[in-house]
Write a protein that binds this ligand. Structure first.
Ligand code: NAD
Ligand code: UGA
Length: 458
């Protein structure tokens, strides 16, 4: 089977590498010449664990190819995937579909024989029909069926997610398209992954509903964490207890500085706009968006309070900048709100991130860049964990304390054991650790007040 993957970013490249590993021949088409050069040389332009090895194996086998020449790749393909970006549109918060429609216009002249064109990009309800309309207008002679095949992988564990999905979702009206998509995913079906065929609109909406529900879980546990601080409960224990209930589940109940990334913020925003337009507002998701926005501001204020009420002329060590570990992706990372707020209040920020520096550096001017956590901690008054990279979990707190000028740790990901930190004479502020997070209830109270004034000042 021959596949053309238009857009070789976080989703396109991972999907292409995995499909080629199933034995299909995949040609990735991308316009970004820098990305292309790296991929052609067998290197991954993004940091995703295991991806380069997978690429290497399939490039050598002649099944994974890269080009900027769309024509031949589309002409030969049984399935053309659209995996280009659908960022938040400036000004109104809708999904920007310009990359999708440009790719459709570019692909149309080259379609040959029966071809399935399918979105892998996250697109609003109705987009598949609109793509079909545009293809038919441009190529009335083309034998084409348009599907929706949303992707549910997470960055950082993308290969495992792609190859062991909870489900594969295909929105398809056309019988031949269902057969082609069924054959494409047969390797996964044979391993027991359910392949679900649904209406195109259902597939499109299910993707947004899934991301919105996960975002809701995160905002929920973040608010419960704040409540824990004020009532003396420990959110880890509360999350673990409720997570045992299979109706709730224990995933996505880790409190933190608010969700970020290339998808939750933009998809939540797009769903809100779509729902309002459909005169069926999702008010609960509107509140999730608000809570998450305020959370990032509140985290910066929490750090200020932990530093004694002011960070002016203080040095803050920030460990982790990416929106989550195991990725170099900085899109909508909480650090992009927290670090500038600290700098505006007069702090010097010393930061490190195992993979994020290349993308973070242009976004965070004025930061002192460090190669390691130990280097960042040098002379710091306060040390903050923003992203829970594994290598931070094993840090020697006593050694860190020796390097710091102050002794305050703000652990926005609950990486450290509060008792161990306290026994070492550190002032520890975790998230929702109740009596365990030393002094956190005061910080939480101050945080919410100050965050409110930060918000109303905007
Ligand atoms: P990305 O920005 O990393 O990659 C998009 C790529 O498309 C870029 O390399 C760009 O150069 C290329 N491109 C754009 N227009 C093109 C064109 N006309 N021809 C050829 N190449 C073109 O984006 P991403 O993070 O991979 O996301 C892609 C889509 O997948 C989005 O809709 C996103 O919501 C969805 N998605 C992403 C993830 C994720 O983990 N990042 C997970 C599930 C779904
Ligand atoms: C998310 C979804 O999990 C994927 O299923 C989906 O395919 C993808 O979006 C997408 O549509 O692009 P991703 O953004 O890569 O994947 O990463 P997540 O692991 O979901 O994390 C998103 C954000 O939520 C991160 O900032 C993370 O730190 C935060 N988070 C996650 C929490 O704060 N607590 C949690 O318990 C889980």
């Amino acid at each position: 089977m021959k596949i053309c993957m238009i857009g070789a970013g976080y989703v396109g490249l991972v999907s292409a590498a995995c499909f080629s590993d199933f034995g299909w021949t995949v040609t990735c088409v991308d316009k970004d010449q820098a990305r292309l050069a790296e991929m052609k040389a067998g290197r991954s332009p993004i940091y995703e664990p295991g991806l380069e090895a997978l690429m290497d194996r399939n490039i050598k086998a002649g099944r994974l190819l890269f080009t900027d020449d769309l024509g031949p790749a589309v002409a030969e393909a049984d399935v053309v995937f659209l995996a280009v970006g659908t960022p938040m549109r400036r000004g109104d918060g809708y999904a920007d579909l310009s990359y999708v429609f440009t790719a459709v216009e570019e692909a149309a002249p080259h379609l040959r024989g029966f071809t399935v064109v399918t979105t892998k990009s996250t697109v609003p309800v109705g987009t598949s029909r609109e793509i079909e309309r545009r293809l038919k207008a441009k190529r009335p002679d083309a034998d084409v069926a348009v599907c929706s095949n949303p992707e549910f992988l997470r960055e950082g564990s993308a290969i495992q997610d792609f190859t062991h999905p909870d489900r594969v979702l295909v929105g398809a009206d056309d019988v031949r398209a269902r057969e082609v998509m069924g054959r494409l995913y047969k390797p996964l079906a044979l391993r027991g992954s359910p392949v679900m065929f649904v209406e195109r609109e259902s597939a499109e909406l299910a993707k947004y509903a899934a991301n919105a529900f996960l975002a809701l879980k995160i905002s929920f546990i973040n608010e419960i964490a704040d409540l824990c601080e004020n009532l003396g409960a420990d959110v880890q224990e509360v999350a673990s207890a409720i997570g045992k209930d299979r109706r709730i589940g224990d995933k996505f109940l880790h409190p933190g500085p608010g969700y970020g990334g290339s998808c939750f913020p933009k998809d939540v925003s797009a769903l809100i706009r779509t729902a309002r337009e459909a005169k069926s507002p999702v008010s609960i998701i509107e509140q999730v968006e608000r809570v998450n926005h305020e959370r990032k501001l509140a985290m910066a204020i929490r750090i200020v309070e932990a530093a004694g009420g002011s960070v002016r002329n203080k040095t803050i060590a920030v460990l982790g900048l990416t929106f989550k570990p195991n990725t170099d992706d900085m899109r909508d990372a909480p650090s992009l709100v927290i670090v500038p707020m600290l700098q505006e209040r007069g702090a010097t920020v010393r930061a490190c991130d195992p993979q994020g520096r290349r993308h973070a550096e242009p976004l965070l001017p004025g930061v002192v860049w460090c190669e390691s956590a130990n280097e960042a901690a040098q002379g710091a008054d306060v040390l903050v964990i923003v992203t829970e990279w594994n290598e931070f979990r094993a840090l020697d707190l006593e050694d860190l304390k020796g390097r710091m000028a102050g002794k305050t740790i703000v652990d926005l990901r609950n990486v450290f054991d509060p008792e161990i930190a306290r026994d070492l004479g550190l002032t520890y502020s975790g998230i929702g650790r109740g009596h365990r997070g030393q002094g956190t209830s005061q910080v939480a109270a101050a945080t919410s007040n100050d965050a409110q004034s930060a918000l109303s000042a905007k």
